[in-house]
Write a protein that binds this ligand. Structure first.
Ligand SMILES: [Zn+2]
Length: 311
């Protein structure tokens, strides 16, 4: 895989520098530095964004492809790091980035840069499933709209603090199919995109939380069957589907490794397995990218202070 990052021009002549093959930094004229790192700038990857220690900033807003991530030094009410996802449907090409700094003394400044998202090819597969999962019966339309709206709401509310602890782990020891982003043609009908990975998991085997967080959804959904969504904070969610039984309820706090459900084949499924997916806000990312999250971006944070929300 090509793991390369290209930077092109910047307004305000902010110095841009390479930190490595898959990272870049933007430095403002007064010296605030924000670093961006990913395994590669490609669809499905997770970008960690870090504010380099300096001490002159009160708050830093990073705009990446229309989304805003707010960072702050310890004690500011914001984390000094944040996350962006590169959606699996993102077209290759330049992504504009800007960094707006509010300094402790009230001065403000802005610097801009660009990241170049590279193309990524995804596999294609033909599958046969029960016809009602390809063309859902008309009487289900309202339910499916409601479920889609529910998921949009769940993924739309991001905890402003990081809830995960240390590195992410696999939710099940079964063999993982590398089928993230697979273009699937069910029963020769119109294709759909597989936004997660499938892990071979025998019926009734325990599935564990990939990291600590809060359960924001635990219920039956038409396509993913019995499903759990965990909010890890800063816009990052992991989702687990097709359970035969749920072991958590909405609102529960879970620790990394806690059993959240038993594997099954509920919903649109061809046999017992775990469907594991991840999101950073709107972006569907490869859950395997969680396994390489930079350790310094998942290190223990300073004790929580004010609960002011990012603007
Ligand atoms: Zn799946």
């Amino acid at each position: 895989m090509l793991r390369r990052l290209i930077l092109v021009g910047s307004i305000f002549a902010a110095p841009l520098s390479f930190l490595g093959e898959s990272s870049l930094s933007i430095t403002t004229p007064l010296g605030t530095r924000v670093e961006f790192a990913a395994a590669a700038f490609m669809p499905g990857e997770i970008v960690t964004i870090r504010l380099a220690p300096g001490g002159r900033e009160r708050r830093v807003s990073v705009h990446w492809s229309g989304e805003t991530v707010t960072l702050g030094p310890p004690g500011s009410g914001f984390e000094p790091f944040g996350l962006e996802g590169i959606d699996l449907g993102q077209k290759p090409g330049p992504v504009p980035i800007s960094v707006a700094v509010l300094c402790a003394d009230g001065t403000t400044e802005v610097a801009r840069g660009t990241a170049e998202v590279l193309a990524r090819a995804f596999p294609e597969k033909r599958l046969k499933v029960d016809g009602r999962y390809v063309t859902p019966p008309a009487e289900l339309r309202e339910r499916l709209q409601w479920e889609a709206e529910l998921l949009r709401t769940v993924y739309g509310i991001a905890s402003p603090r990081w809830l995960a602890e240390g590195p992410f782990g696999l939710p099940h020891e079964g063999e993982m199919a590398l089928n993230f982003g697979e273009r699937r043609v069910y029963n020769n009908a119109s294709p759909s995109i597989h936004a997660g990975v499938d892990i071979a998991a025998p019926l009734g085997s325990p599935v564990r939380a990939s990291n600590s967080g809060r359960v924001v959804l635990a219920r039956y959904l038409y396509f993913s069957g019995r499903t759990v969504v965990i909010d890890h904070g800063l816009g990052l969610f992991t989702t687990y589907g097709h359970f035969s039984a749920l072991k958590v309820a909405r609102g529960d706090r879970v620790k990394k490794g806690d059993v959240i459900g038993l594997a099954g084949s509920t919903g649109r499924s061809t046999g017992p397995h775990l469907h594991w997916s991840a999101r950073v806000r709107e972006s569907r990312v490869d859950p395997r990218a969680l396994l390489d999250l930079m350790p310094d971006a998942v290190s223990p944070r300073v004790p929580e202070r004010s609960s002011s929300k990012p603007s």
